[in-house]
Design a binder for this molecule. Structure first.
Ligand code: C5P
Length: 209
């Protein structure tokens, strides 16, 4: 039978992760936050004192990544996001992480994935693709609200600078840059509260599946 693959792509802090979780619950589908995988590779790179030139070792880390590593709360932090986007620009690392993501997406019962290249590279065959975006200032503000809880000195301007740097790096890299698939539906959450964004996402999935 036909498997429901739902792809959420978009820039940092667009809300795609939150929307993906809600939709995964609605349809009782397994979900994969692919950003977490890149965060884990970036985190291990830093922890082991490797540079971006140590491609062979980075590929080995990517190949042998276990799901337990993904539970580390440090992966959600600001530094890990920055490290993630650095290793994510290496085609060899992306290649090493590809099979796992493709298999996850194409499991028999269907799946929900969120990332940057799900609709374009990992599951171009997904029947439902949603490209979630919002103005950089709005995304930075949302991310700042999350991070400031554990880091009270954090300045909004610094979070905005991070977001802009990552947008730039993720959009300009030559290997699988952030881009909207031709058959994706655009969901701009700039002027939407969380509930309204969820309603929009639910409608898109209902119409497309
Ligand atoms: O989504 P999140 O902010 O956790 O992703 C962290 C970084 O991982 C992104 O900035 C991007 O560089 C990279 N990434 C990617 N492809 C994906 C998911 C994440 O390149 N599918």
């Amino acid at each position: 039978t036909y498997a429901l693959i739902i792809a959420f792509d978009g820039p940092a802090a667009s809300g795609k992760g939150t929307l993906a979780s809600v939709i995964a619950q609605d349809y009782d589908l397994p979900m994969l936050d692919t950003g977490l995988i890149y965060r884990a590779v970036g985190f291990l790179r830093a922890q082991r004192g490797l540079t971006l030139e140590d491609v062979e070792q980075l590929v080995e880390i990517a190949r042998t990544l276990d799901t337990q590593t993904l539970d580390n709360p440090e992966l959600r932090g600001r530094e890990a996001g920055e490290w993630a986007s650095q290793v994510a620009a290496l085609p060899e690392v992306r290649e090493a992480l590809k099979r796992f993501q493709i298999d996850f997406a194409h499991q028999p019962g269907g799946a929900v994935l969120d990332g940057r290249d799900i609709g374009t590279v990992i599951a171009p065959d997904a029947p439902v693709k949603i490209f979630v975006t919002a103005r950089a200032e709005v995304r930075a503000h949302r991310r700042w609200l999350q991070l400031v809880k554990s880091n009270p000195d954090l300045a909004y301007e610094d979070v905005l600078a991070d977001i802009r740097l990552r947008d730039e790096r993720d959009s300009s890299r030559s290997s699988a840059p952030l881009s909207m698939a031709d058959d994706a539906v655009l969901l701009d959450t700039t002027d939407l509260g969380i509930e309204a964004a969820i309603e929009h996402a639910r409608r898109i999935v209902r119409d497309r599946r």
